[in-house]
Design a protein around this ligand. Structure first.
Ligand code: GLU
Length: 258
């Protein structure tokens, strides 16, 4: 039986790069599906924070670029070009439900530095007080190698620590956490519930797709980090129909880490 999530009031939904592709209309369709579900969840008196990747892929879409460049400057430029399109997609989708959104861009440095940490926390708390959904991404434009999160899984976990989030839902293109690497082992089984103490991060799969920087390793790091503030994490497939509603319905979907 799945842990009851009724007491989870403050929830981060992290949407990975693998789900927001260069295909703009497909991405809009997915975002519309999630926002419709988020609207229903929000009606149950829950606070929602979104951490979304996809700025770089939208930049590639705008410039009609097929291959993702490797150098940092190009990625930063693409993120700057694509971020407004990404945020616009969420803004439009939420408008249908009269839900307002705020764009929040953070770097690792903003959370490591005490003064900036307090500022970021106070601003996020205020946005939530105003009943607005923060949509967070890494501030890729100013994030040099040293101060980058590098992947939004860890960014989401740090935000969970920052504002004491009850539940972190990481939506990705995989069904959850397997006992073996499912890409090479057909006997791999999906784990429903996993204790943080049982996690062996190093042995796990490091798959990345063209758009994502994370792979599963960073998800497990994020799970561990989020557990510092007692945040439960669920990793599930964002491609599954009604995934968010199913999670709150207590269905055995994805992997729940406690
Ligand atoms: N911040 C990057 C973007 O919006 C993505 C980082 C990641 O995928 O983890 O494209």
């Amino acid at each position: 039986m799945r842990k009851n999530l009724d007491n989870c009031k403050r929830i981060i939904i992290k949407i990975g790069s693998s789900l927001i592709s260069q295909d703009k209309s497909l991405s809009i369709k997915k975002i519309e599906e999630w926002t419709e579900q988020i609207n229903k969840i929000k009606e149950k008196d829950k606070q929602i924070i979104i951490v979304s990747s996809g700025a770089i892929s939208q930049g590639m879409n705008i410039l009609n670029m097929k291959e993702k460049p490797q150098n940092l400057e190009s990625l930063q430029a693409l993120a700057a070009i694509g971020q407004q399109q990404l945020i616009g997609m969420y803004e439009n989708a939420f408008k249908k439900f009269n839900i307002k959104t705020a764009q929040v861009l953070l770097t690792h440095d903003d959370i490591a530095n005490k003064e900036k940490y307090n500022n970021a926390r106070a601003t996020l708390e205020k946005i939530l007080d105003l009943d607005v959904i923060p949509i967070i991404n890494e501030n890729d434009v100013v994030a040099t190698e040293e101060i980058r999160f590098g992947d939004n899984d860890n960014l989401a976990a740090m935000v969970a620590n920052l504002i004491k989030v009850d539940l972190l839902i990481i939506l990705t293109d995989q069904n959850g956490y397997y006992d073996k690497n499912p890409t090479i082992d057909t006997n791999a089984k999906l784990i429903d519930n996993c204790k943080i103490s049982d996690l062996i991060i190093e042995n796990n799969l490091e798959t990345t797709n063209q758009f994502g920087t994370g792979g599963f390793k960073t998800k497990l790091q994020a799970v561990k980090r989020a557990s510092d503030s007692n945040t439960i994490t669920i990793v599930a497939s964002g491609l599954q129909q009604q995934v968010l509603l199913k999670i709150f319905n207590g269905d055995n979907i994805g992997t729940l880490f406690e």
